[in-house]
Design a binder for this molecule. Sequence first.
Ligand SMILES: Nc1ncnc2c1ncn2[C@@H]1O[C@H](COP(=O)(O)OP(=O)(O)O)[C@@H](O)[C@H]1O
Ligand SMILES: [Mg+2]
Length: 192
Amino acid sequence: MDENPACIITDPVPDHPLLKGRKEIGRGESTIVLEADTVDGQERVYKILSSPTDYAYYTAEDRPTGRHFPVVFADHGAVGRSSRGYPFHVVEVERLYPLPGAGEAAEVATKISTSYFDACMMWRNLAQDMGRIALHHLAVTPMGWADTVQQSLQALETFSDDYGALPDLIKADNLMMRKDGTLVFSDPVFME
Ligand SMILES: Nc1ncnc2c1ncn2[C@@H]1O[C@H](COP(=O)(O)OP(=O)(O)O)[C@@H](O)[C@H]1O
Ligand SMILES: [Mg+2]
């Protein structure tokens, strides 16, 4: 749906000293991403989140963490209100990169997206619960995942159940990677 410009949030960057004059590097349905300072060689971004589910994914004490989850450096709090009806929250996160056309991370990402899509088709009669059941299927079915990937799928399932979030593993740009090639679940959930 991100191909449809009407789905992308059109709000201006909220007025905040941290955000002033920063270069915009991404925008999705509910998030604006700005370049932040590089600290000790680690590139960072500000994610301006309008979805409470995304905010929980990035800041909740029991949020999923580990090799395939984004590193969060700071929660800079709420800044104004978005057109989506929720406050904007600014979190400082490691900078990630789009997956290239080939390579190990891209292959795993494609396998996650296609297996997830296939599982959704299998469980499509479950309507609202389809996505979560499909994710459960991915997490428990031996599909040759690396242990860290399988643990991450399980952690995502737990998060989705606990926070009433729905998985969003089909859109390619919700899976990204670190410079070293590690696959990262950048934006794997959305709000019901
Ligand atoms: N950590 C990041 N580093 C660099 N770019 C990012 C990062 N996170 C997201 N982006 C870019 O911003 C876009 C929107 O971010 P995303 O988290 O997918 O928002 P939404 O919830 O609105 O879909 C992504 O498609 C990607 O291009
Ligand atoms: Mg997204």
